[in-house]
Design a protein around this ligand. Structure first.
Ligand code: FEO
Length: 169
């Protein structure tokens, strides 16, 4: 693979590992609030992000590139409310979507069809990731300060199931 694509992919896998860190940090915030469903949901979300990062690791290795693991930034550890945490998660997914779009543009410019095809999975995944995060943000906005409503949403999020394999993550 070309050097500029290898560099951009290495940079992006760091962003996916940062997502893993950020969501694990949010899971710990929810655990401290005794919000079992949100803790569970965010732990699974963080695991999905680790799998996303590993997809980039595998792709770079498969193309005889060199994976370079860089330092991962420290994520925020506290939020003012579950709503604020999920709003952050939604903004973060929007940021990741724009990074994926930039990678697609680069793959096109460099006529790297394998990279382009690899990225298509992420293009679809980001649509889902943004929609899911925004859905929870909207539910939390609707319940506002109502503690019963918050607990109902929390109970609903207990039901999230882990990915069955890396392809469905
Ligand atoms: Fe890996 Fe949530 O984007």
């Amino acid at each position: 693979m070309k050097r500029n694509i290898e560099d951009a992919f290495n940079l992006h896998l760091n962003a996916e590992f940062y997502s893993f860190y950020l969501y694990l940090s949010m899971a710990n915030y929810f655990a401290a609030q005794n919000l079992e469903g949100m803790t569970h949901w965010m732990r699974l979300q963080s695991e999905e992000e680790r799998i996303h990062a590993m997809k980039f690791v595998d792709f770079i290795n498969d193309r005889s590139g060199r994976v370079v693991l860089a330092q991962i930034d420290q994520p925020r550890t506290d939020w003012n409310s579950p709503l604020e945490a999920f709003e952050d998660a939604y903004s973060h997914e929007q940021l990741i979507s724009s990074k994926i779009n930039d990678l697609v543009e680069l793959a096109n410019q460099e006529r790297d069809h394998a990279a382009h095809q690899f990225l298509q999975w992420f293009v679809s995944e980001q649509v889902e990731e943004e929609a899911t995060a925004l859905g929870i943000v909207e539910q939390l906005r609707r319940v506002g300060d109502n503690p019963v409503g918050l607990l109902m949403i929390d109970q609903q999020l207990v039901g999230r199931t882990p990915p069955t394999d890396s392809a469905s993550a």
